[in-house]
Design a protein around this ligand. Structure first.
Ligand code: ADP
Ligand code: ADP
Ligand code: MG
Length: 538
Protein backbone atom coordinates (compact mmCIF):
# COMPACT_ATOMS: atom_id res chain seq x y z
CA UNK A 1 0.00 0.00 0.00
CA UNK A 2 0.91 3.63 0.24
CA UNK A 3 2.71 3.25 3.52
CA UNK A 4 5.56 1.43 1.84
CA UNK A 5 5.68 4.00 -0.86
CA UNK A 6 5.94 6.86 1.56
CA UNK A 7 9.08 5.36 3.03
CA UNK A 8 10.53 4.53 -0.36
CA UNK A 9 9.99 8.03 -1.68
CA UNK A 10 13.20 10.05 -1.60
CA UNK A 11 12.02 12.42 1.07
CA UNK A 12 15.56 13.49 1.76
CA UNK A 13 15.44 15.44 -1.49
CA UNK A 14 13.44 18.00 0.43
CA UNK A 15 13.39 18.67 4.11
CA UNK A 16 10.09 17.46 5.42
CA UNK A 17 10.15 18.31 9.07
CA UNK A 18 7.64 15.75 10.18
CA UNK A 19 6.38 13.17 7.74
CA UNK A 20 2.60 13.45 8.05
CA UNK A 21 1.28 10.06 9.10
CA UNK A 22 -2.20 10.79 7.88
CA UNK A 23 -0.78 10.98 4.35
CA UNK A 24 -1.42 7.29 3.92
CA UNK A 25 -5.16 7.88 4.08
CA UNK A 26 -4.82 10.75 1.65
CA UNK A 27 -3.28 8.59 -1.05
CA UNK A 28 -5.49 9.31 -4.06
CA UNK A 29 -3.86 7.81 -7.10
CA UNK A 30 -0.79 5.89 -8.08
CA UNK A 31 0.07 5.20 -11.72
CA UNK A 32 1.83 1.91 -10.94
CA UNK A 33 4.65 0.33 -9.01
CA UNK A 34 7.43 2.88 -8.55
CA UNK A 35 5.35 5.35 -10.54
CA UNK A 36 4.04 8.77 -9.56
CA UNK A 37 1.79 9.02 -6.46
CA UNK A 38 -0.73 11.76 -5.72
CA UNK A 39 -1.77 12.60 -2.17
CA UNK A 40 -4.94 14.57 -1.42
CA UNK A 41 -6.96 16.74 -3.76
CA UNK A 42 -7.92 20.39 -4.02
CA UNK A 43 -11.42 21.47 -3.01
CA UNK A 44 -13.95 22.35 -5.70
CA UNK A 45 -16.58 24.88 -4.71
CA UNK A 46 -19.39 26.58 -6.57
CA UNK A 47 -18.82 30.30 -6.85
CA UNK A 48 -15.12 30.07 -6.10
CA UNK A 49 -11.84 30.32 -7.96
CA UNK A 50 -9.49 27.82 -6.38
CA UNK A 51 -5.86 28.43 -7.35
CA UNK A 52 -3.15 25.79 -7.46
CA UNK A 53 0.45 26.77 -6.88
CA UNK A 54 3.19 24.24 -7.37
CA UNK A 55 5.93 22.79 -9.55
CA UNK A 56 5.34 20.95 -12.79
CA UNK A 57 5.21 17.16 -12.44
CA UNK A 58 3.58 17.13 -9.00
CA UNK A 59 0.18 15.83 -10.06
CA UNK A 60 -1.91 18.90 -10.82
CA UNK A 61 -3.20 17.45 -14.09
CA UNK A 62 -3.72 14.08 -12.44
CA UNK A 63 -5.89 15.76 -9.80
CA UNK A 64 -7.95 17.45 -12.50
CA UNK A 65 -8.43 14.12 -14.28
CA UNK A 66 -9.81 12.67 -11.05
CA UNK A 67 -12.07 15.68 -10.43
CA UNK A 68 -13.39 15.64 -13.97
CA UNK A 69 -14.02 11.89 -13.94
CA UNK A 70 -11.46 11.11 -16.65
CA UNK A 71 -9.85 8.64 -14.24
CA UNK A 72 -11.34 6.86 -11.26
CA UNK A 73 -8.82 7.45 -8.46
CA UNK A 74 -7.38 4.00 -7.65
CA UNK A 75 -6.78 5.06 -4.04
CA UNK A 76 -3.27 3.69 -4.50
CA UNK A 77 -4.59 0.15 -4.73
CA UNK A 78 -6.71 -1.53 -7.38
CA UNK A 79 -9.87 0.49 -6.84
CA UNK A 80 -12.12 1.08 -9.87
CA UNK A 81 -15.30 2.02 -8.06
CA UNK A 82 -16.61 5.54 -7.42
CA UNK A 83 -18.41 4.33 -4.27
CA UNK A 84 -15.05 3.61 -2.66
CA UNK A 85 -13.83 7.04 -3.64
CA UNK A 86 -16.92 8.60 -2.09
CA UNK A 87 -16.29 6.56 1.05
CA UNK A 88 -12.62 7.62 1.14
CA UNK A 89 -13.68 11.25 1.05
CA UNK A 90 -16.44 10.93 3.64
CA UNK A 91 -16.59 14.00 5.81
CA UNK A 92 -14.49 15.85 3.28
CA UNK A 93 -15.90 18.69 1.18
CA UNK A 94 -15.32 16.54 -1.88
CA UNK A 95 -17.70 13.78 -0.75
CA UNK A 96 -20.73 15.54 -2.13
CA UNK A 97 -18.84 16.54 -5.26
CA UNK A 98 -17.90 12.94 -6.04
CA UNK A 99 -21.49 11.81 -5.42
CA UNK A 100 -22.65 14.29 -8.05
CA UNK A 101 -19.84 13.26 -10.39
CA UNK A 102 -20.85 9.61 -10.06
CA UNK A 103 -24.48 10.43 -10.87
CA UNK A 104 -23.24 12.20 -14.00
CA UNK A 105 -24.40 15.58 -12.74
CA UNK A 106 -21.05 17.29 -13.15
CA UNK A 107 -19.91 18.42 -16.53
CA UNK A 108 -16.27 19.50 -16.60
CA UNK A 109 -14.59 21.81 -19.09
CA UNK A 110 -10.83 22.05 -19.39
CA UNK A 111 -8.66 24.76 -20.97
CA UNK A 112 -5.51 22.75 -21.67
CA UNK A 113 -1.98 23.82 -20.77
CA UNK A 114 -0.38 23.51 -24.20
CA UNK A 115 -2.42 25.79 -26.45
CA UNK A 116 0.26 25.39 -29.14
CA UNK A 117 -1.16 21.93 -29.83
CA UNK A 118 -4.66 23.21 -30.66
CA UNK A 119 -3.98 23.87 -34.38
CA UNK A 120 -2.99 20.20 -34.73
CA UNK A 121 -6.42 19.09 -33.49
CA UNK A 122 -8.75 21.86 -34.69
CA UNK A 123 -9.13 23.39 -38.12
CA UNK A 124 -11.18 26.25 -39.44
CA UNK A 125 -11.91 29.81 -38.49
CA UNK A 126 -11.96 31.27 -34.99
CA UNK A 127 -15.58 32.40 -35.38
CA UNK A 128 -16.81 28.90 -36.27
CA UNK A 129 -14.93 27.31 -33.38
CA UNK A 130 -16.33 29.79 -30.86
CA UNK A 131 -19.89 29.72 -32.28
CA UNK A 132 -19.89 25.95 -31.91
CA UNK A 133 -18.70 26.21 -28.32
CA UNK A 134 -21.27 28.87 -27.40
CA UNK A 135 -23.77 26.91 -25.29
CA UNK A 136 -23.95 29.70 -22.74
CA UNK A 137 -25.07 32.30 -25.31
CA UNK A 138 -22.25 34.64 -24.31
CA UNK A 139 -20.44 34.87 -27.65
CA UNK A 140 -20.49 38.66 -27.99
CA UNK A 141 -19.60 39.29 -24.37
CA UNK A 142 -16.68 36.86 -24.26
CA UNK A 143 -15.31 37.92 -27.64
CA UNK A 144 -15.35 41.53 -26.48
CA UNK A 145 -13.76 40.88 -23.09
CA UNK A 146 -10.95 38.81 -24.57
CA UNK A 147 -10.48 41.27 -27.46
CA UNK A 148 -11.01 38.70 -30.19
CA UNK A 149 -13.08 40.87 -32.57
CA UNK A 150 -10.23 41.36 -35.02
CA UNK A 151 -9.26 37.73 -35.36
CA UNK A 152 -12.69 36.08 -35.71
CA UNK A 153 -12.18 35.46 -39.43
CA UNK A 154 -8.65 34.15 -39.08
CA UNK A 155 -7.74 30.49 -39.48
CA UNK A 156 -6.78 28.73 -36.24
CA UNK A 157 -3.48 27.68 -37.74
CA UNK A 158 -2.47 31.31 -38.37
CA UNK A 159 -2.82 32.42 -34.75
CA UNK A 160 0.09 33.53 -32.54
CA UNK A 161 0.59 31.95 -29.10
CA UNK A 162 -1.18 34.80 -27.32
CA UNK A 163 -4.13 34.68 -29.72
CA UNK A 164 -4.46 30.90 -29.37
CA UNK A 165 -4.45 31.28 -25.61
CA UNK A 166 -7.33 33.77 -25.66
CA UNK A 167 -9.32 31.68 -28.14
CA UNK A 168 -8.86 28.58 -25.97
CA UNK A 169 -9.99 30.48 -22.87
CA UNK A 170 -13.00 31.85 -24.75
CA UNK A 171 -13.97 28.38 -25.99
CA UNK A 172 -13.91 27.04 -22.43
CA UNK A 173 -15.90 30.00 -21.04
CA UNK A 174 -18.61 29.62 -23.68
CA UNK A 175 -19.38 26.03 -22.70
CA UNK A 176 -22.14 25.44 -20.18
CA UNK A 177 -20.61 23.35 -17.42
CA UNK A 178 -20.34 23.01 -13.63
CA UNK A 179 -16.63 22.77 -13.22
CA UNK A 180 -14.09 24.77 -15.22
CA UNK A 181 -10.40 24.13 -15.16
CA UNK A 182 -7.89 26.63 -16.59
CA UNK A 183 -4.42 25.18 -16.89
CA UNK A 184 -1.90 28.06 -17.10
CA UNK A 185 -4.17 30.71 -18.65
CA UNK A 186 -1.46 33.42 -18.70
CA UNK A 187 1.09 31.80 -21.03
CA UNK A 188 1.97 34.03 -24.03
CA UNK A 189 -0.09 36.94 -22.72
CA UNK A 190 1.13 40.38 -21.68
CA UNK A 191 0.24 41.85 -18.30
CA UNK A 192 -2.85 43.69 -19.47
CA UNK A 193 -4.20 40.59 -21.20
CA UNK A 194 -3.37 38.47 -18.14
CA UNK A 195 -5.42 40.74 -15.90
CA UNK A 196 -8.33 40.74 -18.36
CA UNK A 197 -8.28 36.95 -18.34
CA UNK A 198 -8.09 36.93 -14.54
CA UNK A 199 -11.15 39.21 -14.39
CA UNK A 200 -13.22 37.13 -16.77
CA UNK A 201 -12.34 33.95 -14.86
CA UNK A 202 -13.42 35.68 -11.63
CA UNK A 203 -16.69 36.65 -13.29
CA UNK A 204 -17.34 33.03 -14.17
CA UNK A 205 -17.04 32.09 -10.50
CA UNK A 206 -19.19 35.04 -9.49
CA UNK A 207 -21.94 33.59 -11.69
CA UNK A 208 -21.88 30.49 -9.47
CA UNK A 209 -19.51 28.18 -11.31
CA UNK A 210 -16.72 26.16 -9.68
CA UNK A 211 -13.34 27.14 -11.11
CA UNK A 212 -9.94 25.56 -10.61
CA UNK A 213 -6.81 27.09 -12.07
CA UNK A 214 -3.09 26.40 -12.22
CA UNK A 215 -1.10 29.59 -12.65
CA UNK A 216 2.63 30.30 -12.38
CA UNK A 217 2.44 34.10 -12.58
CA UNK A 218 1.97 34.78 -8.88
CA UNK A 219 0.59 38.29 -9.31
CA UNK A 220 -2.16 36.83 -11.52
CA UNK A 221 -2.81 33.81 -9.29
CA UNK A 222 -3.13 36.23 -6.39
CA UNK A 223 -5.50 38.49 -8.32
CA UNK A 224 -7.94 35.80 -9.44
CA UNK A 225 -8.06 33.20 -6.62
CA UNK A 226 -10.38 33.04 -3.62
CA UNK A 227 -8.30 30.36 -1.94
CA UNK A 228 -5.25 28.38 -2.99
CA UNK A 229 -3.59 25.02 -2.49
CA UNK A 230 0.17 24.71 -2.53
CA UNK A 231 1.38 21.46 -4.08
CA UNK A 232 4.69 20.14 -2.83
CA UNK A 233 6.69 16.95 -3.19
CA UNK A 234 9.20 15.66 -5.68
CA UNK A 235 8.34 16.25 -9.34
CA UNK A 236 7.86 12.96 -11.16
CA UNK A 237 7.80 10.95 -7.91
CA UNK A 238 5.01 12.25 -5.71
CA UNK A 239 2.91 15.32 -5.04
CA UNK A 240 0.89 16.41 -2.02
CA UNK A 241 -1.90 19.00 -2.04
CA UNK A 242 -1.75 21.27 1.01
CA UNK A 243 -4.81 22.26 3.01
CA UNK A 244 -6.70 25.14 1.39
CA UNK A 245 -5.17 28.46 2.41
CA UNK A 246 -6.14 32.07 2.02
CA UNK A 247 -4.59 33.33 -1.19
CA UNK A 248 -2.36 35.88 0.50
CA UNK A 249 -1.16 33.55 3.21
CA UNK A 250 -0.66 30.60 0.86
CA UNK A 251 1.52 32.60 -1.52
CA UNK A 252 3.52 34.04 1.37
CA UNK A 253 4.10 30.57 2.83
CA UNK A 254 5.14 29.37 -0.60
CA UNK A 255 7.69 32.18 -0.92
CA UNK A 256 9.04 31.45 2.56
CA UNK A 257 9.41 27.77 1.56
CA UNK A 258 7.54 26.69 4.67
CA UNK A 259 3.94 25.51 5.06
CA UNK A 260 2.85 26.26 8.60
CA UNK A 261 -0.22 24.05 9.05
CA UNK A 262 1.56 21.12 7.45
CA UNK A 263 4.86 21.88 9.21
CA UNK A 264 6.75 21.25 6.01
CA UNK A 265 9.83 23.04 4.72
CA UNK A 266 10.08 22.34 0.99
CA UNK A 267 12.77 24.85 -0.05
CA UNK A 268 15.99 25.62 1.85
CA UNK A 269 15.79 29.37 1.22
CA UNK A 270 13.18 32.13 1.52
CA UNK A 271 12.37 34.34 -1.42
CA UNK A 272 12.42 37.95 -0.33
CA UNK A 273 11.69 41.12 -2.20
CA UNK A 274 13.82 43.37 -0.08
CA UNK A 275 14.63 46.66 -1.65
CA UNK A 276 17.54 46.62 -4.05
CA UNK A 277 19.48 49.86 -3.91
CA UNK A 278 18.09 52.03 -6.69
CA UNK A 279 20.74 52.51 -9.30
CA UNK A 280 21.54 56.17 -9.88
CA UNK A 281 22.31 57.23 -13.41
CA UNK A 282 25.99 57.91 -14.11
CA UNK A 283 27.01 55.45 -11.45
CA UNK A 284 29.38 52.53 -11.93
CA UNK A 285 31.36 51.42 -14.91
CA UNK A 286 29.73 51.90 -18.31
CA UNK A 287 29.46 48.79 -20.46
CA UNK A 288 28.22 50.50 -23.59
CA UNK A 289 26.35 53.49 -24.91
CA UNK A 290 24.08 52.28 -27.67
CA UNK A 291 22.69 54.60 -30.34
CA UNK A 292 19.12 55.44 -31.37
CA UNK A 293 17.86 52.57 -33.50
CA UNK A 294 14.92 52.31 -35.89
CA UNK A 295 13.43 49.22 -37.50
CA UNK A 296 10.82 49.69 -40.18
CA UNK A 297 8.93 46.60 -41.32
CA UNK A 298 6.42 48.65 -43.28
CA UNK A 299 3.34 47.64 -41.34
CA UNK A 300 5.25 48.08 -38.08
CA UNK A 301 7.84 50.65 -37.06
CA UNK A 302 10.02 50.61 -33.94
CA UNK A 303 12.00 53.57 -32.73
CA UNK A 304 14.35 52.92 -29.82
CA UNK A 305 15.97 55.79 -27.92
CA UNK A 306 19.71 55.41 -27.39
CA UNK A 307 20.89 54.59 -23.88
CA UNK A 308 23.66 53.51 -21.54
CA UNK A 309 24.16 50.08 -20.01
CA UNK A 310 26.31 49.54 -16.93
CA UNK A 311 28.52 46.65 -15.92
CA UNK A 312 26.90 44.23 -13.46
CA UNK A 313 23.30 45.36 -13.94
CA UNK A 314 20.16 43.50 -14.96
CA UNK A 315 17.75 45.57 -17.05
CA UNK A 316 14.17 44.42 -17.45
CA UNK A 317 12.33 45.07 -20.74
CA UNK A 318 8.57 45.56 -20.37
CA UNK A 319 5.68 46.39 -22.66
CA UNK A 320 2.66 44.87 -24.39
CA UNK A 321 2.81 42.11 -27.01
CA UNK A 322 3.52 43.27 -30.55
CA UNK A 323 5.30 46.48 -29.51
CA UNK A 324 8.80 45.57 -30.78
CA UNK A 325 10.63 44.11 -27.75
CA UNK A 326 11.88 41.08 -29.66
CA UNK A 327 12.81 43.28 -32.62
CA UNK A 328 14.89 45.53 -30.33
CA UNK A 329 16.69 42.61 -28.70
CA UNK A 330 17.38 41.08 -32.12
CA UNK A 331 19.01 44.31 -33.28
CA UNK A 332 21.26 44.34 -30.21
CA UNK A 333 22.09 40.68 -30.81
CA UNK A 334 23.06 41.42 -34.42
CA UNK A 335 20.35 39.11 -35.75
CA UNK A 336 18.27 41.90 -37.29
CA UNK A 337 19.76 44.89 -39.10
CA UNK A 338 18.41 48.31 -38.03
CA UNK A 339 16.84 50.52 -40.71
CA UNK A 340 18.44 53.55 -39.06
CA UNK A 341 21.40 53.56 -36.65
CA UNK A 342 24.07 50.94 -36.31
CA UNK A 343 25.13 48.43 -33.67
CA UNK A 344 28.86 48.50 -34.32
CA UNK A 345 30.20 47.55 -30.93
CA UNK A 346 32.95 45.07 -30.18
CA UNK A 347 30.98 43.52 -27.31
CA UNK A 348 30.30 39.83 -27.36
CA UNK A 349 26.61 39.03 -26.98
CA UNK A 350 24.85 35.84 -25.89
CA UNK A 351 21.20 35.67 -26.94
CA UNK A 352 18.28 33.43 -25.98
CA UNK A 353 15.46 33.94 -28.50
CA UNK A 354 11.77 34.04 -27.51
CA UNK A 355 10.93 31.06 -29.72
CA UNK A 356 13.50 28.31 -29.33
CA UNK A 357 14.29 26.27 -32.43
CA UNK A 358 15.41 22.68 -31.97
CA UNK A 359 17.53 21.29 -34.74
CA UNK A 360 20.07 19.51 -32.59
CA UNK A 361 20.34 15.73 -32.72
CA UNK A 362 22.41 14.98 -29.61
CA UNK A 363 21.85 14.98 -25.86
CA UNK A 364 21.62 17.96 -23.54
CA UNK A 365 25.09 17.19 -22.21
CA UNK A 366 26.59 17.10 -25.73
CA UNK A 367 25.00 20.42 -26.57
CA UNK A 368 26.05 22.21 -23.41
CA UNK A 369 29.59 20.81 -23.40
CA UNK A 370 30.03 21.96 -26.98
CA UNK A 371 29.13 25.47 -25.88
CA UNK A 372 31.32 25.56 -22.80
CA UNK A 373 32.45 22.29 -21.19
CA UNK A 374 34.49 24.09 -18.53
CA UNK A 375 31.45 25.84 -17.06
CA UNK A 376 29.65 22.50 -16.58
CA UNK A 377 32.43 21.44 -14.20
CA UNK A 378 32.75 24.82 -12.49
CA UNK A 379 31.46 24.65 -8.91
CA UNK A 380 30.08 28.21 -8.91
CA UNK A 381 28.04 27.44 -12.03
CA UNK A 382 26.92 24.15 -10.53
CA UNK A 383 25.57 25.70 -7.35
CA UNK A 384 24.23 28.92 -8.86
CA UNK A 385 22.87 27.78 -12.22
CA UNK A 386 23.00 24.10 -13.19
CA UNK A 387 21.66 22.48 -10.01
CA UNK A 388 18.93 25.04 -9.25
CA UNK A 389 17.62 24.66 -12.83
CA UNK A 390 17.74 20.85 -12.61
CA UNK A 391 20.02 20.61 -15.65
CA UNK A 392 22.11 17.57 -14.58
CA UNK A 393 18.88 15.49 -14.54
CA UNK A 394 18.42 16.35 -18.23
CA UNK A 395 21.98 15.60 -19.39
CA UNK A 396 21.17 12.22 -20.98
CA UNK A 397 17.96 13.35 -22.67
CA UNK A 398 17.85 14.15 -26.35
CA UNK A 399 17.43 17.83 -27.02
CA UNK A 400 14.69 17.25 -29.60
CA UNK A 401 12.66 15.19 -27.13
CA UNK A 402 12.52 17.78 -24.34
CA UNK A 403 9.24 19.23 -23.07
CA UNK A 404 8.64 22.99 -23.39
CA UNK A 405 9.81 23.73 -19.85
CA UNK A 406 12.86 21.48 -20.14
CA UNK A 407 13.87 23.07 -23.43
CA UNK A 408 13.47 26.54 -21.94
CA UNK A 409 15.79 25.66 -19.04
CA UNK A 410 18.38 24.20 -21.41
CA UNK A 411 18.21 27.27 -23.67
CA UNK A 412 18.64 29.62 -20.70
CA UNK A 413 21.60 27.57 -19.52
CA UNK A 414 23.14 27.52 -23.00
CA UNK A 415 22.85 31.31 -23.08
CA UNK A 416 24.30 31.87 -19.62
CA UNK A 417 27.33 29.54 -19.86
CA UNK A 418 28.63 31.30 -22.99
CA UNK A 419 31.40 33.80 -22.35
CA UNK A 420 29.98 37.20 -23.26
CA UNK A 421 29.77 40.81 -22.12
CA UNK A 422 26.05 41.22 -22.67
CA UNK A 423 23.33 38.58 -22.14
CA UNK A 424 19.97 38.98 -23.86
CA UNK A 425 17.12 36.73 -22.73
CA UNK A 426 13.73 37.04 -24.45
CA UNK A 427 10.86 35.77 -22.21
CA UNK A 428 12.79 33.25 -20.11
CA UNK A 429 9.77 32.44 -17.89
CA UNK A 430 7.67 30.90 -20.68
CA UNK A 431 6.74 27.27 -19.77
CA UNK A 432 8.45 27.49 -16.38
CA UNK A 433 6.77 26.92 -13.03
CA UNK A 434 7.16 29.39 -10.17
CA UNK A 435 10.02 27.52 -8.54
CA UNK A 436 11.92 27.49 -11.83
CA UNK A 437 11.18 31.17 -12.48
CA UNK A 438 12.63 32.06 -9.11
CA UNK A 439 15.67 29.82 -9.71
CA UNK A 440 16.31 31.42 -13.12
CA UNK A 441 15.96 34.95 -11.68
CA UNK A 442 18.35 34.18 -8.84
CA UNK A 443 20.87 32.59 -11.21
CA UNK A 444 20.84 35.55 -13.61
CA UNK A 445 21.36 38.04 -10.78
CA UNK A 446 24.19 36.16 -9.14
CA UNK A 447 26.04 35.42 -12.41
CA UNK A 448 25.87 39.05 -13.53
CA UNK A 449 27.03 40.31 -10.13
CA UNK A 450 29.85 37.78 -9.74
CA UNK A 451 31.14 37.98 -13.32
CA UNK A 452 30.50 41.73 -13.70
CA UNK A 453 28.44 41.25 -16.83
CA UNK A 454 25.20 42.84 -18.01
CA UNK A 455 21.83 41.27 -18.84
CA UNK A 456 18.70 42.49 -20.63
CA UNK A 457 15.57 40.44 -19.91
CA UNK A 458 12.23 40.69 -21.73
CA UNK A 459 9.59 39.59 -19.22
CA UNK A 460 5.82 39.82 -18.54
CA UNK A 461 5.73 38.30 -15.04
CA UNK A 462 5.69 41.39 -12.82
CA UNK A 463 7.00 39.58 -9.76
CA UNK A 464 9.93 38.26 -11.77
CA UNK A 465 10.64 41.68 -13.30
CA UNK A 466 10.65 43.12 -9.79
CA UNK A 467 12.89 40.39 -8.40
CA UNK A 468 15.34 40.54 -11.31
CA UNK A 469 15.75 44.07 -12.45
CA UNK A 470 17.93 46.99 -11.41
CA UNK A 471 16.48 49.22 -14.12
CA UNK A 472 13.87 49.04 -16.88
CA UNK A 473 13.47 49.74 -20.57
CA UNK A 474 9.80 50.57 -21.12
CA UNK A 475 8.11 50.12 -24.51
CA UNK A 476 5.15 52.29 -25.44
CA UNK A 477 3.06 52.74 -28.56
CA UNK A 478 0.39 50.93 -30.50
CA UNK A 479 0.87 47.14 -30.66
CA UNK A 480 1.23 45.88 -34.24
CA UNK A 481 1.59 49.42 -35.61
CA UNK A 482 4.35 51.38 -33.90
CA UNK A 483 6.54 51.04 -30.86
CA UNK A 484 8.89 53.29 -28.95
CA UNK A 485 11.58 52.05 -26.57
CA UNK A 486 12.46 54.58 -23.87
CA UNK A 487 16.01 54.77 -22.56
CA UNK A 488 16.75 52.68 -19.44
CA UNK A 489 15.33 54.25 -16.26
CA UNK A 490 15.08 53.48 -12.54
CA UNK A 491 12.59 50.90 -11.28
CA UNK A 492 10.21 53.40 -9.71
CA UNK A 493 9.98 55.65 -12.73
CA UNK A 494 9.94 52.71 -15.14
CA UNK A 495 7.22 50.75 -13.35
CA UNK A 496 5.11 53.88 -12.98
CA UNK A 497 5.41 54.63 -16.68
CA UNK A 498 4.67 51.06 -17.67
CA UNK A 499 1.74 50.44 -15.33
CA UNK A 500 0.17 53.85 -15.97
CA UNK A 501 -0.02 52.95 -19.66
CA UNK A 502 -1.77 49.71 -18.69
CA UNK A 503 -3.96 51.31 -15.98
CA UNK A 504 -3.03 48.88 -13.19
CA UNK A 505 -1.70 49.68 -9.73
CA UNK A 506 0.38 47.45 -7.47
CA UNK A 507 0.96 47.56 -3.73
CA UNK A 508 3.47 45.62 -1.62
CA UNK A 509 2.67 42.77 0.70
CA UNK A 510 3.80 43.94 4.16
CA UNK A 511 5.26 40.54 5.13
CA UNK A 512 7.16 39.40 2.05
CA UNK A 513 7.45 42.64 0.08
CA UNK A 514 6.03 40.95 -3.03
CA UNK A 515 4.05 43.05 -5.50
CA UNK A 516 0.25 42.58 -5.43
CA UNK A 517 -2.11 43.92 -8.07
CA UNK A 518 -4.88 46.13 -6.66
CA UNK A 519 -8.43 45.31 -7.69
CA UNK A 520 -9.63 47.85 -10.21
CA UNK A 521 -11.58 50.65 -8.56
CA UNK A 522 -10.62 49.59 -5.02
CA UNK A 523 -9.74 52.29 -2.49
CA UNK A 524 -6.00 51.60 -2.87
CA UNK A 525 -6.27 51.59 -6.66
CA UNK A 526 -8.00 54.98 -6.71
CA UNK A 527 -5.65 56.52 -4.13
CA UNK A 528 -2.54 55.33 -5.93
CA UNK A 529 -3.80 56.50 -9.32
CA UNK A 530 -4.53 59.93 -7.87
CA UNK A 531 -1.00 60.18 -6.53
CA UNK A 532 0.56 58.70 -9.68
CA UNK A 533 2.07 55.90 -7.60
CA UNK A 534 1.31 52.87 -9.73
CA UNK A 535 4.05 50.85 -8.14
CA UNK A 536 5.94 50.89 -4.87
CA UNK A 537 9.59 50.12 -5.19
CA UNK A 538 10.14 49.77 -1.44
P1 ADP B 1 1.54 18.36 -13.32
O1 ADP B 1 0.20 18.63 -13.92
O2 ADP B 1 1.68 18.84 -11.92
O3 ADP B 1 2.69 18.81 -14.19
P2 ADP B 1 0.91 15.56 -13.88
O4 ADP B 1 -0.30 15.22 -13.08
O5 ADP B 1 0.73 15.83 -15.33
O6 ADP B 1 1.69 16.76 -13.16
O7 ADP B 1 1.96 14.40 -13.77
C1 ADP B 1 2.53 14.00 -12.54
C2 ADP B 1 3.46 12.82 -12.78
O8 ADP B 1 2.70 11.68 -13.16
C3 ADP B 1 4.47 13.06 -13.88
O9 ADP B 1 5.72 12.55 -13.45
C4 ADP B 1 3.94 12.22 -15.04
O10 ADP B 1 5.01 11.76 -15.83
C5 ADP B 1 3.22 11.10 -14.33
N1 ADP B 1 2.12 10.56 -15.14
C6 ADP B 1 1.12 11.28 -15.68
N2 ADP B 1 0.27 10.48 -16.35
C7 ADP B 1 0.74 9.23 -16.22
C8 ADP B 1 0.30 7.94 -16.67
N3 ADP B 1 -0.83 7.79 -17.40
N4 ADP B 1 1.06 6.87 -16.35
C9 ADP B 1 2.17 7.01 -15.61
N5 ADP B 1 2.65 8.18 -15.15
C10 ADP B 1 1.94 9.27 -15.44
P1 ADP C 1 7.05 41.93 -29.09
O1 ADP C 1 8.32 41.16 -28.86
O2 ADP C 1 7.00 43.21 -28.30
O3 ADP C 1 5.83 41.12 -28.89
P2 ADP C 1 7.89 41.91 -31.90
O4 ADP C 1 9.19 42.65 -31.94
O5 ADP C 1 7.97 40.44 -31.95
O6 ADP C 1 7.04 42.41 -30.62
O7 ADP C 1 6.97 42.38 -33.09
C1 ADP C 1 6.58 43.74 -33.25
C2 ADP C 1 5.77 43.88 -34.55
O8 ADP C 1 6.64 43.66 -35.65
C3 ADP C 1 4.66 42.87 -34.70
O9 ADP C 1 3.54 43.52 -35.26
C4 ADP C 1 5.22 41.85 -35.65
O10 ADP C 1 4.19 41.24 -36.40
C5 ADP C 1 6.12 42.69 -36.52
N1 ADP C 1 7.26 41.92 -37.05
C6 ADP C 1 8.17 41.23 -36.34
N2 ADP C 1 9.09 40.65 -37.13
C7 ADP C 1 8.75 40.99 -38.40
C8 ADP C 1 9.31 40.70 -39.70
N3 ADP C 1 10.42 39.97 -39.83
N4 ADP C 1 8.69 41.22 -40.77
C9 ADP C 1 7.59 41.98 -40.65
N5 ADP C 1 7.01 42.28 -39.47
C10 ADP C 1 7.58 41.80 -38.35
MG1 MG D 1 8.57 39.20 -28.23
Amino acid sequence: GCGICVHKCPFNAITIVNLPEELEEGCVHRYGINAFVLYRLPVVKDGMVVGILGPNGTGKTTAVKALSGQIVPNLCGDNEDWDNVIRAFRGNELQNYFERLKRGEIRPVVKPQYVDLIPKAVRGKVRDLLKKADEAGKFDEVVKELELENILDREIKQLSGGELQRVAIAAAMLREAHFYFFDEPSSYLDIRQRLRVARIIRKLADSGKAVLTVEHDLAILDYMSDIIHVVYGKPGAYGIFSQPKSTRNGINEFLRGYLRDENVRFRPYEVSFTKKSERKSQEGEILVEYPRLVKDYGAFRLEAEGGTLYVGEVVGIVGPNGIGKTTFVKMLAGVEKPTEGEVDWTLTVSYKPQYIKVDYEGTVFDLLSKINAGKLMNSFYKTELLNPLGIPDLYDKKVNELSGGELQRVAITACLIRDADLYLLDEPSAHLDVEQRLAVSKAIRSLMAKNEKTALIVEHDVMMVDYLSDRLIVFEGEPGKSGRALQPMGMREGMNRFLASVGITFRRDPDTGRPRANKEGSVKDREQKERGEYYYVS
